[in-house]
Design a protein around this ligand. Sequence first.
Ligand code: NAD
Length: 426
Amino acid sequence: MSQTPFQMAQAQFDRVADLLDLPQDARDLLRNPMREYHFSIPVRMDDGSMRIFRGFRVLHNDGRGPGKGGIRFHPEETIDTVRALATWMTWKCAVANLPLGGAKGGVICDPRKLSEREQEGICRGWVRQVARSVGNVQDIPAPDVMTNGQHMVWIMDEFEAIHGRHEPGFITGKPVGMGGSKGRTEATGYGVVYTLREALKTQGKKLEDATVAVQGFGNVAQYTVELLNKLGAKVLAVSCYDVKDGCAYTYARKSGVLFTELKSITDKFGTVDKVKAAELGYECLPGDAWMEQPVEVLIPAALDRAITEDNCDKISATVKMIVEGANGPTTPGAEAKLIERGLVIVPDFLANSGGVTCSYFEQVQCNMNYYWEREEVLEKLEKSMVSAAVAVFEMARERNVTLRDAAYMIAIDRVVKACRMRGWIR
Ligand code: NAD
């Protein structure tokens, strides 16, 4: 039987715990979440009936600071997935060196089948159940799968009503003007590019000489392509999903893909207009063709499990590096084969940590009630991402391990040290 997400998170931890030779008490503490809340959320539906939704909040570890992690709305949400994601948030915040722990929340529901008013009821009901366990100095939620800035504002409003005070720093991902941070939209994609630039430097290469293919044209991928264009790297192909046809296509052009141009012919569902693309000189190829292009760098920034043992042999021989923009885009089997081939894989929880880094900046700005300009946010983001990346590259070189192992080693070591100093372990 295949592993559940939480079993996978535990197995990854166990492997690195061995590399770090961690004592048993540290393993016992970090293999499991410190706290979990499971609760019912009664909501009056538009037809007058009452429905009870199940909600969760898991705090994996807060040794380094308040928990941080999104709230997912999903019809197939499970506590197992929420536990795994909370664990991964602990490592992501630690590798990014943010003073935050890891948490995650969820509700079993399908917002596509609920009215706005019913969704508002779930948001307010969710926070009523955890209002005393979440907060600015305890645990800070954010948007995730199928939740957005509006959901965060409803949750904030209810939380502030319960506590009788303004506390916008208790939740992030809010719209700008409602406590949100400028620069958040582009933060993850830009962070991917800063990390790529630093990874190339370690090989004596320059970003402006790099050729890149990107999978996806959503939030992360778009801002990745935009900054790659700005900094002079050549994007030769972008693959994205066509909602009308129900499959993905790769748009490739030898002179390079331009963000503004591709964006101008993409509808709000992310589907590219094929006729206009052809007029602009883009070749329309099959969905997987992005990985077959003669580029040096691949950036999967769409889905998990995009690069598998079954398709990784298609990756062009020119490819030397994969920078994971999405979460979990390379399966462990594919990773082993590609490392054998000599590819460098920059792991997701380092490469895409720009999003959570900017969420941390949002929290800081809310707490000061003083908001920075976009340039200031992006400048701080770049500095933070570069120092996180450099630490991982140095660890990989010193210990002769993969970048993923190095990132895990740094993250787990930081959390262990914090827990040890607190007296939670010896
Ligand atoms: P999104 O929904 O905005 O974009 C997803 C993109 O994937 C769309 O452009 C879609 O066309 C494309 N896509 C879907 N199936 C595809 C396929 N088979 N082939 C090619 N393209 C396909 O999502 P996003 O926010 O950009 O997130 C992308 C990934 O990055 C996810 O794994 C997410 O968990 C991760 N991530 C996002 C953030 C963030 O701040 N948005 C932060 C960290 C990690």
